[in-house]
Ligand binder design. Structure first.
Ligand SMILES: *Cc1c(COP(=O)(O)O)cnc(C)c1O
Length: 411
């Protein structure tokens, strides 16, 4: 059984809520430092999802019988939880998708229909491939021009360069709020204000930011905000697209099918209002409810304590790695959170990750779906340790031990 939510107060003891973290890997309890790729799930979320299927599972928005109406209520409650979590004006601004990737593809497909050759979209060097490839499709299909904001030497975003790229042809600025590869935090409210001043729309990729920052879509002033459930301690298979209502309402439908229509004849079809216009077919029912439970879990803990805890872990890890000769750290922007990208001299990141696994430490090695960023850093890959609310100082200790062990083996 899940603990009562009000029993969860501070970040020191949250590990016990996540059963998988107690499983030994190669003889030791896992030091899970890959939450930026996907986070572990609390017993609270696991129980909530299991409850749907054991107590009242049915399709949503359709049946009049008890199972269906109970499941529909739980499903729509999750939409309200997401709306409050992001500080959206109304839950009609919350579209459920499969993940961030689909949320961004949705905007590219729908907004893209009104773009023409020569229109400009501004991206940044920090972007995940999910916030590059859908726009590249528009470049190929429509002749839209992609402009890229570079990084400064400290690997924060070059805001002066951003302002120089903005102009009357800019139709959209698509930018991450927090880099998944470096942890760099981006001033998205400032970007949104400047983009709106030239009449451009703004899409924020919040995949990492929702996990580590307090997000307020009205405060940011963005038109779209995308995130993915599985990084927010929720299930995979569900993501969210927030869209300001008037902006969403001006978009054509995305996929066609059931649930998104008002009236269908073979001659004429009319579509529902947002968000349903963008939710064709049976949604990820259990996963959406699981995402709502993940948000309940987060609302039940002391957020400020969690933020402070994660910063403490990051700072300690940085301190420990800085003290080891032959380690290069790439996460150096003044504003950063929860992610530490580094290399050990003369050792391939995949070898580092393989040795780490033998020690029961899970980290990511690779390009982190951000090849243009790796190119800007002048590397093919890095090792990435990422911290989450359930990590402890012991995990940081294990990371430092692991680096020493790799150095002994390879140098
Ligand atoms: C993980 C991630 C994505 C993609 O998320 P999916 O769940 O794979 O769609 C996009 N952007 C950032 C910044 C991410 O961290």
């Amino acid at each position: 059984m899940a603990r009562a939510l009000n029993a969860v107060k501070s970040s020191g003891d949250l590990k016990q809520d996540f059963p998988a973290l107690h499983r030994p890997v190669n003889g030791r309890a896992v030091a899970y430092l890959d939450s930026a790729a996907s986070a572990q799930k609390s017993q609270y979320v696991i129980d909530a999802m299991s409850r749907v299927m054991t107590e009242h599972y049915a399709n949503v928005h359709r049946g009049v019988y008890t199972f269906s109406s109970e499941t529909t209520i739980a499903f729509e409650n999750a939409r309200q939880k997401v709306a409050r979590f992001l500080n959206a004006k109304t839950d009609k601004e919350i579209v459920f998708t499969r993940n961030t990737t689909e949320a961004i593809n949705l905007v590219a497909a729908c907004l893209g229909q009104s773009l023409k050759a020569g229109d400009e979209i501004i991206l940044t060097e920090l972007e995940h491939h999910a916030n590059i490839v859908p726009w590249y499709f528009l470049k190929e299909q429509k002749g839209v021009v992609l402009k890229i904001v570079p990084l400064k030497l400290d690997r924060s975003l070059d805001m002066a360069a951003f302002e120089r790229l903005l102009g009357p042809k800019t139709k959209l600025v698509a930018v991450t709020q927090m880099s998944n590869a470096l942890g760099t935090v981006v001033p998205v409210a400032e970007i949104a204000a400047k983009a709106h001043a030239v009449g451009a729309k703004v899409l924020v990729d919040g995949s990492q930011a929702v996990v580590h920052l307090d997000v307020d879509v009205q405060g940011i002033g963005c038109d779209f905000y995308a995130f993915t459930g599985h990084k927010l301690y929720g299930p995979s298979g569900v993501g969210v697209l927030y869209g300001r209502y008037d902006v969403l309402n001006a978009l054509p439908p995305y996929q066609g099918g059931g649930e998104m229509i008002e009236q269908v004849t073979f001659d004429k079809i009319t579509f529902k209002e947002p968000p349903y216009r963008f939710e064709a077919g049976t949604p990820a029912i259990v996963e959406v409810i699981g995402l709502g439970a993940a948000i309940d879990y987060l609302n039940g803990i002391d957020k400020a304590a969690v933020r402070a805890h994660e910063q403490k872990l990051l700072q300690e890890a940085e301190k420990r790695l800085a003290a080891i000769a032959g380690v290069t750290v790439y996460s150096t922007a003044p504003e950063r959170a929860a992610i530490l990208s580094f290399m050990i001299d003369k050792v391939h990141p995949h070898d580092v990750a393989t040795v780490f696994d033998q020690l029961g430490i899970a980290v990511r090695a690779g390009h982190h779906c951000a090849q243009p960023l790796m190119k800007a850093l002048g590397v093919a890959a890095t090792v990435r340790a990422s911290f989450a609310l359930y990590n402890t100082m012991d995990d940081v200790e294990r990371l430092a031990e692991g680096v020493h062990k790799v150095k002994k083996l390879f140098q």
